[in-house]
Structure formats: C-alpha cells, structure tokens
Design a protein around this ligand. Structure first.
Ligand code: ATP
Ligand code: MG
Length: 329
C-alpha cells in the first residue's frame, strides 16, 4: 500500500475550507492507503497562541478528525509534538534548504504581512518542518488544498537534493489536490482564501457551527450587485458559494448554475446553507458523543503516537547515519 501523509494546524477551529479541501478527501483514502493524519501543533506555534486555548483546540481537532470519519484504528492519527523526530529531521533539512527558496514562499509573505509584530524564524522555516513531516514517513501522496502546493514543491526539491547527495533516502512525494473545493474562499473577502486563523468569525464556517450560525454567516456572505448566478471570476462571492455547494453535493457547476439561475441571492444563499448544515450534522453528532469519552480519546493519542514514532525514528536513524552523525555505541 502507498503511504499518505497530511495534517492540519490547531491554529483555529477547523473550517469548511479545511474540510472540503482536505479532511473530506482523507476519509475517502483511508481504505486504499496507509494513512497518517497529523495535528501539526509545532507548526501552530509560528503564530502566537494562548496555551490553554491551544491545548483545548488541539484535542478538538483530533476529535473532529475522527468525527469526520477517520478511523483511528486504520489510520495513524497523532500530534506532531509527540514525535520528536519531526523537529530533529527539520533541523537537518534546514541545512539543506536555501534562504532564497524560502524567500519565495507566498504563505510566508502573507503571514508576515498579517503578523508584522511577530515575523519569527519558525514562520520562515515552516516549509522545512512540513518537508520533515512528510519525508519521515516516506509518503507517496500528500492530499492538501491548493494553498500548500508551493510547500509541496519545496518538499520535493529538498528530497531530491538529499537523495542526489547521499543516495536514495526519501520517497519523493506527489501532491494530491481535489478537483472542486481545493480553494474555498473567505465569506467576507472572497478573493482571499478561507482561513481558520481569520480574526473575523464571519469569514469562515467552522465545522461545529450551529445551523443558526451557518444561516447567519451565509446571509452575511459578501456577493455583488450583478443579481445573476453565474460561475465567473468577476463574481468571486457567488463563484465561491457555487464551489462550496458543488463540492458538498458533488454536482457539476453547470447543473447547479442551471438549477439556481432563477433564484435571488437570498434564496440561493439559503440553499447553500442547507447543504452545509446537512453535510455537517452527522459529524457534529459524532463529535459531541466522542467528547464524552475521555478515556477512549486518551488511548488513541497514546497508541498512535507510538506507531508514528516507530516509523519516524527508522527514517531519522537512516538519515543520521548517511550524513555522518556518530552512532551511540
Ligand atoms: P491557518 O490560517 O492557521 O494557516 P488554515 O485554514 O490555512 O489555517 P491549515 O492548518 O494551514 O489551515 O491547513 C490545513 C489543510 O487545509 C491544508 O491541507 C490546506 O491546504 C487546507 N486548506 C486551508 N485553507 C483552505 C481553503 N480555503 N480551501 C481549501 N483547502 C484549504
Ligand atoms: Mg494555512
């Protein structure tokens, strides 16, 4: 079986964008592949976090992975910080990554615009830690949203560079992007991607939002004054709502446009809200069930961290040996 690695930062509540761009697809891959789904808590530290909130959210993200349908027996679901090999390999790979390469990363540019008071070195080397995450498990495929394609490219470059220097060490991974839903946009600024760390809660739908909240956020979603439901870049708000709808229902955009063309924006928004509510209902029910079973979740955290460590350490030892770090004996 081929290996899949993917992850999410506990930097906010999982959004509909994360779900349609990543999480939902993961659930479809779990039978066919050996999957690792990480909660990348070390990555989340690149932005200042409140410790108590981070701890709470990290647990919620894990429960939402499971509530969305990821089987913790079949997949390795774990926290990045529980496997120190991630940070160790990241250091080594830092020494095989050029400043010039990292300077080109648009996520760094965007996030350092947003957090001008905290442009830390971790934010800059974020893609290197991500490369370590992926390469440690010899992943073949990495299912992520479009916004991560640049990071995946640099991961491949680092892997190839290392393999050329030291002989075959890392599997060179491929990105795996969904056809629809790979880039869900903000409900408030539809030319920007939806982000879980957005300060404006109206900009995103969180997976645990109540039906009322979902309807309210949809009603407030920014559209335009064209008064026409069409799929065009000139109407980014409407286009985004169509993307959301079609990604959920797996209907083609043409069909949806056809069916909704006679509706006003208000009615159309309600249709989209309904689709979202129905999609999230079973996930929310499972989440609130899981929340009651602390011991079960604790058990998953422990056993999965052990499984991940075992694989990760194998790769790390191999790397250490190849580059000439002295063995313990
Ligand atoms: P942050 O704002 O803290 O970076 P985020 O919403 O971008 O949070 P990440 O944890 O960085 O979430 O990314 C998790 C996964 O969700 C990645 O696979 C990423 O590509 C995907 N993703 C993030 N935003 C979107 C989006 N708007 N549409 C589709 N996929 C997305
Ligand atoms: Mg992100």
């Amino acid at each position: 079986k081929k290996v899949i690695f993917s992850g999410m930062q506990p930097s906010g509540n999982i959004t509909l964008g994360n779900y349609l761009g990543a999480l939902k697809n993961w659930t479809k891959l779990q039978d066919e592949y050996n999957c690792l789904f990480c909660i990348v808590d070390l990555h989340a530290l690149t932005v200042r976090q409140n410790p108590a909130e981070l701890r709470k959210r990290a647990r919620e993200v894990l429960m939402q992975y499971i509530a969305a349908g990821l089987d913790p027996e079949k997949n390795i679901i774990y926290y990045q910080s529980h496997v120190p090999a991630h940070a160790e390999l990241a250091w080594i790979l830092n020494c095989f990554t050029y400043m010039g390469e990292l300077n080109r990363m648009t996520q760094f540019k965007e996030k350092s615009q947003k957090h001008k008071d905290n442009i830390n070195a971790g934010l800059f080397t974020y893609p290197v830690l991500m490369a370590a995450d992926i390469l440690l498990y010899q992943a073949d495929l990495v299912p992520v949203g479009n916004d991560q394609s640049q990071h995946l490219e640099i991961t491949r470059d680092i892997a190839i560079r290392f393999n050329n220097l030291y002989g075959d060490t890392f599997t060179v991974p491929e990105g795996y992007f969904p056809k629809v839903g790979a880039r869900i946009m903000s409900l408030q600024e539809p030319t920007k991607k939806m982000s879980k760390s957005d300060e404006n809660e109206n900009a995103y739908i969180a997976l645990l939002d109540s039906p009322d909240t979902i309807v309210r956020k949809l009603k407030r979603a920014v559209t335009d004054s064209e008064a026409k439901i069409q799929y065009t870049d000139k109407q980014p708000g409407i286009k985004n709502l169509l993307d959301i709808y079609c990604s959920i229902t797996e209907e083609s955009v043409e069909e949806a446009v056809d069916r909704f063309s006679s509706l006003g924006y208000g009615e159309f928004k309600l249709k989209v809200a309904e689709a979202i509510i129905e999609e999230l209902r079973p996930l929310q029910n499972r989440f609130y069930e899981l929340e009651k079973d602390k011991a079960y979740i604790d058990g998953i955290i422990k056993t999965n961290a052990e499984k991940a460590s075992y694989i990760a350490n194998r790769t790390l030892r191999k790397v250490q040996k190849k580059i000439g770090l002295p063995p313990i004996v």
